[in-house]
Design a protein around this ligand. Structure first.
Ligand code: AMP
Ligand code: GLY
Length: 402
């Protein structure tokens, strides 16, 4: 089977690596890909992943048997719709179904209708009403851009002035959501949703803040590990309490959902609450989930129950100086070769310049260690991370310790 993978990040490198292991996949092309994916097959340059018509043309004229979409932006732009109109098999939700992620207020509406416990919130288009909502609470304050912001539109703060400034910063872009603050450990549960039903993937935990001790700004994700030690039965409860009712509600609205459905949860003392729904694999969750998947990913995307390796995976994300606000690109990356057994280096913001690997984005590399337990997986990831260098490289040193 000839497979086209859409996307260019660490999640897509992990997806491409796993797809390439499938005996059913004879060719893997990626669009636009990255230097890591280029080692697995041809990369298609010069086409925007969000240009649905152009992506559909590539798939048609290239004779692809399956298209897998990694990130949210092409899903929200209707790539799945364009491919489906041509009868090309594709794994991912339609644009209408992808609004679960591209509009937080829509997601809340679906969750309320489906009886899914989630963070209470109000959506504002006028800054004064948002401010008065903020003034009614003692904090911490949670303020979010309503639309897609690559994980950077969220502020959680004790500082009321900062919350007000965040409203000002994002209200020009679109509506702003002011949300109740939830307290407790977080976990990501992702389900594979096919025509035959939904199957959970192994749970993962990601680290959103840039700096050690969960300090600094929110980012797209600084690290992750899987599996997560959870209260017994929790994943099943998330399937019956979140995934199934959301899928049923979507079906009821004529928005049948196919693809990866991601529930970001907080485990509060009163039970779990959904913080966000995403319509794709998490990044960096995918980088720790896929290396542990013992099944063929193509079979799983067709509805087979996933089987798991007993190993634990830990991902440490290496970022550029200045991430997330203004990452400094162009630095030459040293030390990526030969990571050794039980370590994967998945590329995200890299490119090749005159034959050298250089920094080309905020999140640059994912170093994933596998081990018999969390401590060994962690040690392997950090050993390799410590050998990789460029001026200004930054990573957290406390991934999978707290
Ligand atoms: P989101 O992109 O909406 O998942 O938010 C990013 C991160 O901000 C989450 O993983 C949480 O760590 C934090 N966060 C978001 N919303 C809340 C909330 N209502 N209460 C507490 N923390 C939150
Ligand atoms: N790691 C969080 C996300 O992918 O949204």
């Amino acid at each position: 089977m000839k497979v086209l993978l859409i996307g260019a990040g660490g999640r897509e490198h992990a997806l491409g690596w796993k797809l390439a292991l499938s005996p059913r996949v004879t060719e893997l092309h990626s669009l636009p890909g990255n230097p890591g994916l280029a080692e697995l097959g041809p990369v298609i340059e010069g086409i925007e992943p969000t240009d649905s018509a152009a992506v559909a043309d590539v798939a048609r004229f290239g004779g692809f048997d399956l298209v897998v979409v990694g990130p949210e932006a092409p899903l929200a732009a209707g790539v799945v719709d364009a491919l489906s109109r041509l009868g090309i098999p594709v794994f991912g939700p339609t644009a209408a179904a992808a609004r679960l992620e591209s509009s937080k207020s829509h997601a809340k509406d679906v969750m309320s209708a489906a009886g899914v416990p989630h963070a209470e919130s109000a959506t504002f288009t006028d800054p004064k009403s948002a401010w008065s909502q903020i003034e009614q609470s003692d904090g911490p304050y949670v303020v979010k851009a309503d639309g897609l912001a690559a994980g950077k539109g969220v502020l959680v703060t004790d500082d009321r002035g900062e919350a007000r400034r965040w409203v000002e910063r994002w209200i020009g872009v679109g509506p702003v959501v002011v949300e109740e603050h939830l307290d407790g450990p977080e976990v990501s549960v992702i389900a594979v949703c096919t025509a035959t039903g939904a199957q959970p993937l192994a749970p993962a935990r990601d680290y959103k803040r840039r700096d050690n001790g969960d300090l600094g700004p929110n980012t797209g994700g600084m690290g992750a590990y899987s599996p997560v030690d959870l209260p017994s039965g929790l994943v099943e409860q998330v399937m019956t309490g979140v995934i199934t009712p959301v899928l049923d509600e979507m079906e009821h609205r004529g928005l049948g959902f196919r693809g990866f459905l991601y529930a970001g949860l907080v485990l509060t003392t009163a039970g779990f609450r959904v913080l966000e729904l995403n319509v794709r694999l998490g990044d960096p969750e995918a980088e720790v989930i896929l290396p542990r998947l013992a099944s063929d990913l193509v079979d799983v995307m067709e509805g087979e129950t996933p089987r798991w390796s007993a190993m634990t995976a830990v991902d440490v994300v290496l970022t550029a100086h200045g991430y997330p606000d203004s990452p400094m690109t162009g630095a030459v990356i040293e030390g990526v070769d030969a990571p050794g057994d039980d370590v994967h280096v998945f590329h995200a913001g890299t490119s090749l310049s005159e034959g050298r690997l250089v920094v080309a984005g905020g999140r640059v590399l994912n170093v994933v260690g596998l081990g018999e337990d969390l401590a060994r997986a962690r040690a392997r990831a950090y050993k390799t991370a410590g050998r990789i260098h460029w001026p200004g490289v930054h990573y957290r040193t406390d991934i999978a310790t707290t």
